[in-house]
Ligand binder design. Structure first.
Ligand code: UD1
Length: 424
């Protein structure tokens, strides 16, 4: 197993290119199940979850090829030969986002089996809202032997769905199901994350009428079972990867520039960093962060887009350890997303947890330690802490990190960080 070794780094400098967004790429790969043509997808990030999803498409009988070689990040995905409709436990257990195959498989084949994802390190994460919504569209759902068995013998029908809670992958599953349904589906309280908007735009570019894109009320006119002619797709930039590297600049008080980024998707993150005292220069696809005179403490509440993302909570907690004073971070989306707290405390952070709120007292003198990654974003928080700590930090179990960050050690290394990947 690999681990990352990080030694106290001087200031970072230079420009870093942001990869395509994992959370946009996964629903796009799922949407290729709806296509009647081979689909070109470019700017795919080289991360484990994307490789796992491609493997899943192959297991279902689809094909993919990389026309421009290993490093191009472009795939031609052909699901015309797809003939297996079971997403097995073996694959779902390594990637919860496999649930994204449920909507498109059911819509296309009228029958599918998808292993029920279990809980995970950050909380229970049920999929009840996905299932209830599909039932409203006429699906018959049975849970047997750990699998969701869904059928819709006459196809799915348009319906009005009101999500009790905003769910990102739930909205995406429904959008894909509705695209092939008979009649019009209304989704109220839909997620508005840029990754959801990107999926809507891709399906709309294939000729499906979608009203309300970018709002929480979507209306989708289904094709009545006809497969879609998907246009070539470019994955949008990863706002969470970008936000993480902005935090790397911030925690080391460095000036760095991010390229190939969508600043509009990062407004909540940039706003919080500005409140902490950091400066910015922003163009249409580049962001430069500049050091703060004094890092001010911050109050953060995680919420749905466009508010502050839960996927940036852990990284800001690492950064808050370096602020002058007390920061408050409240996690509203996931009940157990504080696994990084114990590890940060082992590095010298002062963090008190009460329910879903963490109080972080800065400025703490962090020292390097052996720490364990527990989930994807928690892992990147430990890397950030390692950049600011005195001495050497070893972050173990980085397979979590590899699920969502492309070549993190190469990207940070190119900016001057002392970071290497080693084997246990
Ligand atoms: C997606 C993102 C993840 C991000 C999260 C919140 C992907 C692949 N993953 O996850 O990185 O942290 O959005 O922005 O895009 N819930 C239910 N029942 C359901 C579905 C969700 O109770 O059927 C709850 C969840 O437990 C959670 C909240 O709703 O408390 C939001 O979860 P959701 O938006 O569904 O997260 P994911 O789509 O799994």
């Amino acid at each position: 197993m690999d681990y990352l070794q990080i030694s106290a780094s001087a200031k970072l400098s230079g420009t870093l290119t942001v990869s395509g967004a994992k959370n946009a790429a996964l629903p796009i790969l799922a949407a290729t199940i709806l296509a009647k043509n081979p689909v070109s997808v470019s700017n795919l990030p080289h991360v484990a979850d994307v490789r796992t999803f491609l493997r899943l498409i192959k297991l279902l009988g689809g094909e993919y090829s990389e026309p421009h070689g290993e490093l191009s990040g472009r795939q031609l995905i052909d699901t015309r030969s797809l003939d297996n409709t079971t997403a097995t436990y073996e694959i779902v257990k390594t990637m919860r986002a496999s649930i994204l195959t449920l909507g498109p498989l059911l819509a296309r084949f009228r029958e599918c089996r998808v292993s029920l994802p279990g809980g995970c390190a950050i909380g229970q994460r049920p999929v009840d809202l996905h299932l209830k919504a599909l039932e409203k569209m006429g699906a018959i759902i049975n849970i047997t032997e750990g699998y969701i068995h869904a059928t819709a013998p006459s196809g799915l029908s348009g319906a009005t769905i009101v999500f009790d809670k905003i769910t990102v992958t739930g909205s995406e599953n429904l959008i894909m199901a509705a695209a092939l349904a008979h009649g019009t589906t209304k989704i109220l309280n839909a997620a508005k994350e840029p990754e959801v908007v990107s999926l809507c735009e891709i399906i709309s570019a294939a000729g499906v009428e979608i009203r309300g894109i970018g709002t929480d009320e979507l209306e989708i006119v289904g094709t009545g079972g006809e497969l879609l002619e998907l246009q070539p797709i470019r994955v949008i930039p990863d706002r969470i990867e970008a936000g993480t590297y902005l935090c790397a600049g911030a925690i080391t008080q460095s000036e760095i520039t991010l390229d190939h980024v969508e600043p509009k998707h990062l407004e909540a993150v940039i706003d919080k960093l500005t409140q902490m005292g950091f400066g910015f220069e922003i163009t249409s696809d580049r962001i430069t962060i500049k050091p703060a005179k004094r890092i001010a403490p911050i109050e953060i509440v995680t919420s749905e887009y466009p508010a502050f993302p839960t996927d940036m909570q852990a990284q800001f907690m690492a950064l808050a350890t370096q602020a002058e004073g007390s920061s408050i971070i409240e996690e509203r989306l996931f009940e157990n997303r504080f696994m990084h707290v114990g590890e940060l405390v082992r590095m010298g952070a002062q963090i008190a947890l009460r329910g879903n709120t963490a109080s972080v007292t800065g400025r703490a003198a962090l020292t390097g330690a052996d720490v364990m990654a527990t989930d994807l974003r928690a892992s990147s928080a430990l890397v950030l802490a390692g950049l600011a700590a005195k001495g050497t930090t070893r972050v173990h179990r980085i397979y979590h990190l590899d699920r969502g960050y492309e070549k993190i050690e190469a990207k940070l290394g190119a900016l001057g960080a002392n970071i290497v990947r080693l084997e246990e």
